[in-house]
Write a protein that binds this ligand. Structure first.
Ligand SMILES: Nc1ncnc2c1ncn2[C@@H]1O[C@H](COP(=O)(O)OP(=O)(O)OP(=O)(O)O)[C@@H](O)[C@H]1O
Length: 123
């Protein structure tokens, strides 16, 4: 019984390790994620500088997580598309466009949240 529990825990820990490895691969290799990470650091500094409220922090952190995680999924979809069909194909292009569209929607939402939080503090 306890042996089963241990192996479950070890497996979960291994999964966390692989997920962490995946996040590092994204941050090291993907230009879009690097830019988003830099913006995340800048708005975090801005959050402390302007002393934004706990509710504003919640929205800001949620938006950073949303944009970067969807960007990660977009990258995974691009990898799958390139793996299963390395040549150019209209359908592969459409799959990649739709995945990029998801990032775009999240990014627009994040910009709107940023404007709502910081516009009154700046102007
Ligand atoms: N194999 C393909 N067949 C048809 N169109 C493609 C193909 N690969 C890419 N495209 C088109 O080019 C666009 C960009 O694709 P690509 O894989 O280069 O993504 P990217 O946006 O440059 O990647 P990144 O997220 O690294 O910036 C796609 O959205 C699609 O419109």
């Amino acid at each position: 019984m306890s042996e089963k529990k241990d192996s479950f825990l070890v497996n979960r820990l291994k999964s966390v390790g692989w997920a962490f490895k995946g996040a590092l691969i994204l941050l090291r290799t993907e230009a879009s994620i690097k830019i988003q990470f830099a913006i995340a650091i800048l708005v975090t500094i801005a959050g402390f500088y302007f002393e934004i409220s706990p509710t504003e922090w919640l929205f800001q952190v949620a938006m950073i997580g949303l944009v970067m995680s969807i960007e990660g999924l977009n990258t995974a979809i691009e990898f799958i598309a390139d793996f299963i069909h390395p040549e150019r194909h209209d359908k592969i292009g459409r799959i990649k466009d739709v995945a990029a569209g998801a990032v775009f929607i999240a990014a627009i939402s994040a910009v709107i949240v940023a404007v709502i939080i910081y516009y009154p503090k700046l102007f």
